[in-house]
Design a protein around this ligand. Structure first.
Ligand SMILES: Cc1ncc(C[n+]2csc(CCOP(=O)(O)OP(=O)(O)O)c2C)c(N)n1
Length: 384
């Protein structure tokens, strides 16, 4: 008997799906690797982008399917209703539904559990796929999607993959370029390799250890996933704000804080997250807070969900992006000295530090501080 990932891919192929896109969720990392190997596939920077790209592909006669996690639906709704739905284009959306089964991240619960009601409110039809038996409905629904030009959401429970043991496997670490041979020259991934003067030596954890002494007495916004967990492990202080959800918002949260207090603010961001919301760099450049440092730890991967590559490994230089958006004080750092030199100047104006990292997460425990207690501590620090 094929494993559930193989079975699902077979169903998609039989149904004529020929254009896929995704943004990683840890619970479907094995499925995503297999999708990438089996179909034309676009790696996304934000889920909403997948709606636009899929609409374009459908306009060109393709049969698109997008794979995201439940929180990503929050990033898609407007485009889904005013583009895909409004123009009556087909789109199958496979959602890794969080917050319903063995969920370890409390921030996943509100969006994950709210999914059926949110979809109902938006007038988007959905099917609950909580076990393999439920796969039967997928083929029939896909027929409707592509024949009648409908949007249909499949809510996939993590239970499906856990039963097959695939959740236990660690995702292979893919080397760039991430684009599969099935993309047949449609995307020229290899033509825009970013060349950095020096190659990174440190993991995110090691970078955090180096910069930790420079975070004293500063508000530190820690990006969700491993950055927050590793920071908590290395140096917890009451002024650290640990994100548990809201991917892409780290720099925006830091900007909001820096515009509202004289305290120095450091944002620990990630390349995948910054690519999801790069416009916030323009807002920061324009408002020019005198106390904000954005430390972008660029491991060229969605490290927290299994090291799926991001486009900073092929096309994008985040320091140039920051400069292009108008941030003048930028630095690139891949050695200890470069990191320390860059961190010494934090708190003087608006600064963007592009720290190059190698992939790898440290096996640290979850954050033991309750998120409301975390908020209270940070607010107290800012107030004093
Ligand atoms: C809207 C949304 N989409 C996807 C996810 C799943 N997710 C959590 S952390 C993460 C990776 C973040 O990557 P990056 O910003 O590069 O930081 P790294 O983990 O590599 O340090 C992803 C994709 C999410 N939490 N929210």
């Amino acid at each position: 008997m094929p494993n559930p990932e193989e079975e699902l891919i077979g169903i998609l192929k039989n149904s004529g799906v020929d254009f896929t896109s995704s943004l990683p969720c840890e619970k479907i990392k094995t499925l995503l690797e297999m999708i990438e190997d089996s179909f034309f596939h676009v790696p996304l920077t934000r889920e909403e982008e997948g709606v636009g790209i899929s609409a374009g592909s459908a306009l060109a006669g393709k049969m698109p399917a997008v794979f995201v996690q439940s929180s990503g639906i929050g990033n898609m709704i407007n485009a889904l209703l005013s583009l895909t739905g409004f123009y009556e284009l087909p789109l199958a959306i496979f959602i890794s539904q969080r917050g319903i089964y063995n969920e370890k991240i409390a921030a996943q619960v509100p969006m994950g559990r709210g999914m059926p009601k949110i979809l109902k409110g938006a007038g988007i039809s959905h099917s609950v796929i909580s076990k393999r038996d439920d796969f039967k409905v997928i083929e029939k629904k896909l027929r409707d999607v592509y024949k009648k030009n409908k949007i249909h959401v499949f809510l996939l429970s993590p239970e499906i993959w856990e039963r097959s043991g695939s959740l236990m496997q660690d995702a292979r670490h893919r080397i760039h370029p991430p684009l599969s041979p099935l993309n047949k020259g449609g995307i020229k991934g290899g033509s825009c390799i970013v060349h950095h003067a020096s190659t990174p030596k440190f993991t995110r954890y090691e970078i955090l250890e180096i910069v930790a002494p420079y975070l004293d007495n500063k508000v530190v916004v820690c990006n969700l996933g491993f950055p927050a967990k590793e920071m908590f492990h290395i140096k917890h202080q009451p002024s650290n704000f640990y994100m548990l959800g809201s991917m892409g918002m780290a720099a925006s949260i830091g900007l909001g804080i820096s515009l509202s207090t004289d305290k120095k603010v450091v944002v620990i961001d990630g390349d995948g997250s910054l690519l999801m919301n790069p416009g916030t760099l323009a807002t920061a450049a324009c408002l020019f807070p005198g106390n904000l440092t954005i430390l972008a730890i660029d491991n060229s991967a969605y490290g927290s969900t299994g090291n799926q590559p991001t486009l900073t490994g092929t096309c994008v230089d985040l320091e140039i992006v920051a400069r292009g958006f108008g941030i003048k004080d930028t630095a690139k750092a891949s050695t200890k000295k470069e990191l320390v030199d860059a961190m010494k100047d934090t708190g003087k104006g608006l600064r963007f530090i592009h720290a190059l990292a190698i992939t790898g997460n440290r096996a640290v425990p979850n954050i033991s501080l309750h998120h409301l207690e975390n908020k209270k501590q940070v607010m107290r620090f800012i107030k004093t």
